[in-house]
Design a protein around this ligand. Structure first.
Ligand SMILES: Cc1ncc(COP(=O)(O)O)c(C=O)c1O
Length: 426
């Protein structure tokens, strides 16, 4: 069936507007490791998908999934050792403050649980997020989607500008002055909550500000923000849905930022494609949540989630994927940084591990150039490399391959990137 015919059927079946990537959409039929294959058998290097973190169709995960489904899969109101062991294993990957886990099926649900813990425990409603973030699509969590700074001065969710060095809120300020300026915006929103009686429950952030475009932040921001939040009686929620599971070359995005969260949310990569998400916190916080809500989630905490969740961590550890991410990611970022020197359209290269953003700009003022980012993404796709564009201005070419992405894949990509940039440079 032609791509056009399938796209027309899709419009009818799913409704027009169900999002599709690329000017000419891709019809994929198979995945293996880092690669996706289209209906003609053409191979693409997947440099976008973080869900299949241990690789598409990973044999160890497939086997664990099939074995468990063929043995037992049922809801969570029976004793079953698998889910207990998975919770223990996840907690052990954090410091001692994280002890217990509430499982769910999506990042959205896990963030809802996190908000309910912070609000229930503090007895206050006010949640601070950043102005260009995304934490999920439900009514409660969707309130935090790209709300813009300074526009939301009422309501129980309010935003601060995300911290960044590239387009800072105080142009020309020193890094330490900038740090203070961002902290002052946080203090201001907290004050607003307290003054109008909403009260302050907590701050939720992706520790690497993934959806904001992976900004470099003023040094010490997260640690200082955590002090401000805790002094005001709030909880620190780390949304690790994108940053977690070794994406940065560390297990968690918050490692290396100088703060330890009270509540950690994980999702996407946990099940390599099986819906699996988690909200982890101290036992006291989780006990309080369970007592207040009697939370139950039909497909969560199941033997199937447990078997698959364990298999994913097994592969990450067995194949030393954290180390692979740190090594290949650092070399790819350095190589892309070199390209910046000769291409005026590249304003910045940022990121950690295998999560790299290439910021496309135009003019002397380095204005965001989303058209250019989209052009690069489409040209790379035509050359067999799948990326996307993201960030607060949608002008950042987003590179976020499965964790099994190799140095060989990176070298192949750089050749295609160079050809693409040469075309752009004209
Ligand atoms: C940082 C972050 N948190 C939460 C979510 C929501 O996860 P889900 O789509 O599984 O509900 C996303 C999705 O892109 C995300 O990027």
């Amino acid at each position: 069936m032609s791509t056009t015919t399938l796209a027309a059927r899709r419009d009818r079946a799913l409704g027009t507007g169900a999002p599709l990537f690329y000017d000419k959409p891709l019809h994929i039929v198979r995945g293996e490791g880092t690669y996706l294959f289209d209906d003609t058998g053409r191979r693409y290097v997947d440099m976008y998908n973080n869900v299949p973190c241990v690789g598409h169709a990973n044999p160890h995960v497939v086997e664990a999934m099939a074995r468990q489904q063929a043995t037992l899969n049922v809801h969570s109101r029976y004793l079953h050792e698998g889910i207990v062991a998975l919770a223990e294993r996840i907690a052990a990957l954090h410091g001692p403050a994280i002890e217990s886990v509430v499982f769910s099926c999506s990042g959205t649900e896990a963030n809802e649980v996190a908000l309910r813990i912070a609000r229930g425990e503090s007895g206050k409603q006010g949640i601070v997020c950043t102005n260009a973030t995304y934490h999920g699509n439900s009514e409660a969590v969707g309130k935090m989607t790209r709300i813009g700074a300074g526009q939301n001065t009422s309501g129980d969710v309010r935003a601060i500008p995300f911290p960044e060095m590239f387009r800072p809120i105080v142009p020309g300020a020193s890094e330490s002055d900038l740090l203070e300026a961002y902290l002052e915006r946080l203090r201001g929103v907290i004050r607003g909550f307290e003054e109008d009686g909403t009260g302050f429950a907590g701050l939720i952030v992706c520790p690497i500000f993934a959806n904001e475009g992976l900004p470099d932040v003023p040094r010490g921001f997260m640690a200082r923000a955590a002090e401000v939040v805790r002094a005001a009686g709030g909880y620190m929620i780390a949304d690790e849905v994108q940053a977690g599971y070794c994406r940065t070359g560390r297990w968690w995005g918050y490692e290396g930022t100088g703060f330890t969260p009270d509540i950690v949310v994980t999702g996407k990569p946990m099940g390599n494609g099986l819906p699996l998400a988690a909200t982890a916190a101290s036992k006291a916080l989780v006990d309080g949540f369970r007592a207040r809500t009697r939370y139950f989630n039909t497909f969560a905490s199941s033997p199937l989630q447990a078997a698959v969740g364990m298999a994913v961590i097994d592969v990450i550890e067995r194949d030393k994927l954290k180390e692979n991410v740190a090594r290949v990611g650092a070399s790819l970022k350095a190589a892309l940084g070199e390209r910046k020197k000769t291409c005026a359209a590249i304003g910045d290269v940022r990121g950690q591990g295998l999560f790299i953003g290439v910021e496309m700009v135009k003019g002397k003022a380095l204005e965001p150039d989303s058209d250019r980012a989209i052009e690069v993404v489409n040209k790379l796709k035509d050359r067999g490399f799948l990326t996307s564009n993201a960030g607060a201005f949608r002008n950042v070419v987003k590179i976020r391959p499965p964790l099994v992405f190799s140095q060989g894949d990176a070298d192949e990509f750089l050749t295609a990137f160079d050809t693409t940039i040469a075309e752009i440079n004209g």
